[in-house]
Design a binder for this molecule. Structure first.
Ligand code: C5P
Ligand code: C5P
Ligand code: C5P
Ligand code: ZN
Length: 453
């Protein structure tokens, strides 16, 4: 059966119920997924409540069961089907995480030969169900924001696979434009020098984390920006943009970055045409970062309200949270630089203890590739309430060579009394305190085996 037909079947199942509990994940992809499900249900007159989870464990499953509603899990659930079945819950899933097993009411790209890291996100999977339940084309830009939030465009500097089906729908109905541009955060909302200063992906020597360096870099190209003038990327002329892009390429070449990496500095970027120019919501990358900045700090409700159309109180709050998020990411990457990254034979790692919030340590781990060796997965530890949070990130090349972080991290975590999962390229876990050393040695061994296979 094909995936679109499955989406239709699930939508028919949804129509039979009246009271829903939407359960979703606390990141940009999760919020947009939840917002799409919530809006879709309310448009067809269904009663819906929504809850956000960091992960789906026994405790969360109990909470879900207590609600006594029909459950729609978005951007999570596929890794925990047996847990949900044991609780005798009735549920549908639209998720893109590696499924634990097949399940009749699950829409998941992996079941149809697609890759959940690139071909479909939680939000685009959820949108495919949504569009069977009404004229919901206007929700397609939100779906794209979620896919970009999960970095699904990172392999080819554009969205690929079934994400493009959703993208084309968004373009066709006039909600979105895909344009070739610099793929940095802050094109709409930050002064150009700030945008450069806050770019760590790739790390620009002399510019990243260095305001003065960023201003001097621009002026060396003949692009004079003064601190007091709020000149953003979108305000530059074509010629100025061209100069800056060539300058960045030169800096990256001097830093010895690969052609692969440099090529991706420019790529497809997504403009939300219904949103006001110069706001975070106009650009899918910035929008998704804004959402991460709410959810990862316990304010997922704020992000949800923004997705559902609030451009007032909640939007202002989200913007304030974003400033803090950017500062934390910048401080996080600086900390990793100072602390250094420990190398084992097949993996590398750092332990942030309590210096980086566990909810963003995965983002920092991913960004650390700009200062770390690219031929080993990066593992980050941070203390959490439940014990130790583990976040692991790999590169596309490592995945092609056989690395599968979700299965490696899950196996190593379970061996030390924890649990985990995720994708081949990005995974996470929670393990008991004091088990870090045992975990990392085990993970090192498993990744070694994956590479040899
Ligand atoms: O649980 P979830 O699906 O949200 O996790 C997505 C994570 O995977 C993000 O942290 C994202 O950065 C990472 N990812 C990645 N490269 C991809 C796809 C996802 O680093 N190609
Ligand atoms: O957790 P994951 O790896 O998905 O993180 C992806 C997120 O990282 C993006 O949505 C964005 O919020 C954040 N990010 C950022 N600045 C960077 C790189 C990533 O804000 N330079
Ligand atoms: O938290 P982090 O961004 O590192 O998560 C990376 C991926 O691992 C996400 O897809 C997340 O859903 C998954 N994960 C998981 N179980 C955990 C922690 C993270 O499946 N305990
Ligand atoms: Zn996701």
């Amino acid at each position: 059966m094909d995936l679109i037909k499955k989406a239709y079947e699930i939508s028919e199942r949804i129509k039979k119920e009246d009271e829903f509990l939407i359960v979703t994940h606390i990141d940009a992809d999760g919020i947009t997924s939840g917002a799409i499900a919530f809006e879709t249900l309310s448009r067809i007159g269904k009663d819906a409540k929504i809850i956000f989870l960091k992960q789906l464990d026994e405790k969360a499953a109990e909470k879900i069961a207590d609600e006594n509603r029909f459950v729609w899990l978005t951007d999570l659930g596929s890794g925990n089907i047996s847990l949900l079945l044991r609780r005798k819950l009735e549920f549908v899933i639209s998720d893109h995480h590696v499924p634990e097993m097949t399940y009749k009411w699950q829409l998941n790209p992996h079941d149809f030969g697609y890759d959940g890291s690139y071909d479909l996100s939680g939000s685009t999977t959820t949108y495919l169900v949504s569009r069977c339940l009404g004229l919901n084309y206007d929700l397609s830009p939100l779906a794209i924001v979620g896919a970009v939030g999960d970095l699904q465009d990172s392999r080819e500097a554009k969205l690929v696979g079934l994400n493009r089906f959703v993208l084309e729908e968004a373009i066709k109905y006039g909600y979105l434009n895909a344009i070739k541009d610099l793929r940095f955060f802050g094109k709409q909302t930050r002064p150009v020098y700030k945008m450069l200063e806050y770019t760590f992906d790739p790390y620009l020597p002399g510019i990243s984390g260095n305001e003065k360096g960023a201003i001097e870099f621009l002026s060396s190209l003949g692009v004079e920006v003064k601190r007091e003038d709020w000149v953003r990327w979108i305000d530059l002329s074509r010629e100025e943009k061209r100069k800056v892009v060539s300058g960045i390429v030169r800096v990256c070449m001097e830093a010895g970055y690969s052609y692969e990496l440099i090529k991706k500095i420019v790529g497809e970027t997504y403009v939300l045409l219904e949103e006001e120019e110069g706001t975070e919501l106009r650009d899918a990358m910035e929008y998704s970062t804004l959402l991460n900045a709410t959810a990862r700090y316990g304010f997922e409700e704020v992000g949800l309200r923004v997705c559902l159309g609030d451009r007032d109180k909640h939007f202002r709050k989200a913007r304030a949270l974003l400033q803090e998020h950017r500062r934390n990411l910048s401080a996080g990457i600086k900390l990793v630089e100072e602390m250094g990254i420990e190398e084992l034979e097949f993996v590398q790692y750092f332990h942030a203890k309590s210096a980086i919030p566990e909810t963003i340590v995965g983002i920092v781990a991913g960004m650390s590739y700009s200062i770390a060796s690219k031929n080993k997965p990066i593992v980050a530890f941070a203390y959490s309430e439940e014990g130790v949070k583990v976040s692991a990130r790999a590169t596309k090349e490592l995945v092609e060579r056989g690395v599968h972080l979700a299965s490696a991290v899950r196996e190593a975590a379970e061996a030390v009394g924890g649990s985990g999962g995720g994708h081949s390229i990005a995974a996470g876990a929670t393990i008991p305190r004091g088990k870090e050393e045992e975990f990392i040695q085990l993970l090192n061994k498993i990744v070694g085996l994956q590479l040899k296979r």
